[in-house]
Write a protein that binds this ligand. Structure first.
Ligand code: MN
Length: 279
């Protein structure tokens, strides 16, 4: 299933794509694409619905594909080539950092650079949406805890992230720094999360072109690993790191300053497009 949320920010309706790509209204069946709806039982129930029996929903805006995200966790330096371009050592264990959940936005919403921003940057990433939560999740059964996958742009402000002291969270958390979607693609439709091409363009120039094959730590290990440190819950998002080609890694570096258009996508998970503006 491809599940999405459609409508004005904060008032999105749950929806699903039918076989012909039409958006169908799920609001008669569930309140939101969030929380327990993402548990195995919730998704099994949705899978019994024939989308052609649901009303067609006009699409004015596509919102974030998951509502009420509880924890937005990011993995840093999870592609060897990206760690090299960032001038950082390959981590022995996954690098984890948090993004404020108030950063979550829709896949075509404007990305707003925060006040004082001088080094806006992009990162296409595979997002993992948790279905069944838990602590101490076994690596062997870790994918049973995944509801599905989505495109994430881990938008970053490098000066805030690196030059302002402390943790990366400062440069990762501004409102609109976490576009997710357009769809949550359920796990059954993604044959191998470690074999997905991902790409990102700014103003038509392709900067990022990679594959989840070259992740240092794969999805199965990451779900297991993260759950050793926190309890995962339905609707949490783990963004799994970015391949090479971020602005910071260009020679000389290229940063977002407002006025640019970012386009990005992942095989089978859809595309995003954001105009960059200044706050
Ligand atoms: Mn990232």
């Amino acid at each position: 299933m491809k599940l999405l949320r459609v409508g004005p920010a904060g008032a999105e309706r749950p929806a699903m794509l039918d076989g012909e790509g039409q958006v169908r209204d799920l609001s008669g069946i569930v309140d939101d694409i969030a929380g327990d709806v993402l548990m195995p039982e919730g998704l099994a129930r949705l899978a019994t619905v024939d989308p052609t029996t649901l009303p067609v929903l006009p699409v004015d805006r596509v919102g974030p594909c998951v509502g009420q995200v509880g924890t937005f966790l990011c993995i840093g330096l999870n592609y060897a080539d990206h760690a090299a371009e960032a001038g950082m050592d390959l981590p022995k264990e996954p690098v984890m950092f948090m993004k404020a959940t108030s950063a979550v936005c829709g896949p075509t919403d404007n990305v707003r650079l925060p006040r004082g921003s001088t080094k806006g940057d992009w990162e296409v990433e595979l997002g993992v949406v948790i279905g069944k939560g838990g602590s101490y999740i076994d690596e062997e059964t870790a994918l049973d805890h995944v509801a599905g996958y989505c495109v994430v742009n881990d938008v970053s402000e490098r000066a805030f992230q690196i030059e302002r002291g402390g943790q990366w969270t400062k440069g990762k958390s501004a409102p609109t720094f976490a576009p997710i979607g357009p769809w949550l693609v359920t796990r059954d439709e993604v044959a191998d999360p470690q074999d997905l091409a991902l790409w990102l363009e700014v103003d038509g120039h392709r900067y990022q072109s990679g594959s989840t094959r070259t992740m240092v730590f794969g999805v199965r290990h990451l779900v297991h690993y993260v759950s050793q440190f926190m309890c995962l819950r339905p609707g949490d998002v783990i963004s799994t790191g970015t391949p090479p080609g971020v602005g910071m890694g260009q020679k000389p570096p290229v940063y977002l300053n407002g006025g640019e258009v970012m386009r990005l996508g992942i095989d089978g998970l859809g595309e995003q497009c954001q105009s960059v503006v200044r706050d």
